[in-house]
Design a binder for this molecule. Structure first.
Ligand code: DQA
Length: 138
């Protein structure tokens, strides 16, 4: 099985960015280890338009793990792109967005995703890959 882990703005800074919220483990080191267990491509993109293009061009893969970062709470364009494709998308957030400020509690993309995983730190990526494997075996 082949997967894509797609990250939005500022996620490449995890490890040094707001450590009290996101922890101090380096995201690149974590994902490098995850790649030893899964056939997964990893992308970091700050631009909303590029994220839309990547989602729309996703083909011949078994699922996308998407951490849209702040666009989660604003982007109808990303929600529409997810709705336009057949590939299942799992929304992830390192932090528990429901335990944070009110403007982070709303996800524009959740409704279009297969499911959401939020609040388990970097392990949300591994949990999302496990869930994509589980649904593909149904
Ligand atoms: C985040 C939560 C978002 O609200 C925030 O803008 C991020 C990271 C998370 O992984 O917890 O950039 O998606």
């Amino acid at each position: 099985m082949k997967f894509l882990i797609l990250n939005g703005p500022n996620l490449d800074q995890i490890g040094t960015r707001e450590q009290s919220v996101y922890g101090n483990e380096n995201i690149h080191d974590y994902l490098k280890r995850l790649k030893q267990d899964y056939d997964v491509e990893v992308a970091f993109e700050s631009s909303e338009a590029t994220l839309v293009e990547i989602i729309l061009s996703a083909q011949d893969i078994d699922g996308i793990v998407l951490n849209a970062g702040a666009y989660t709470h604003t982007s109808l364009a990303i929600a529409d792109a997810i709705a336009a494709i057949q590939v299942p998308v799992v929304e992830v957030h390192l932090s528990n967005i429901y335990a944070r400020a009110f403007y982070r509690k709303t996800s524009y993309i959740a409704e279009k995703c297969k499911g959401s995983i939020s609040g388990f730190g970097l392990d949300v990526y591994r949990l999302a890959l496990l869930s994509l494997e589980a649904i593909s075996n149904r």
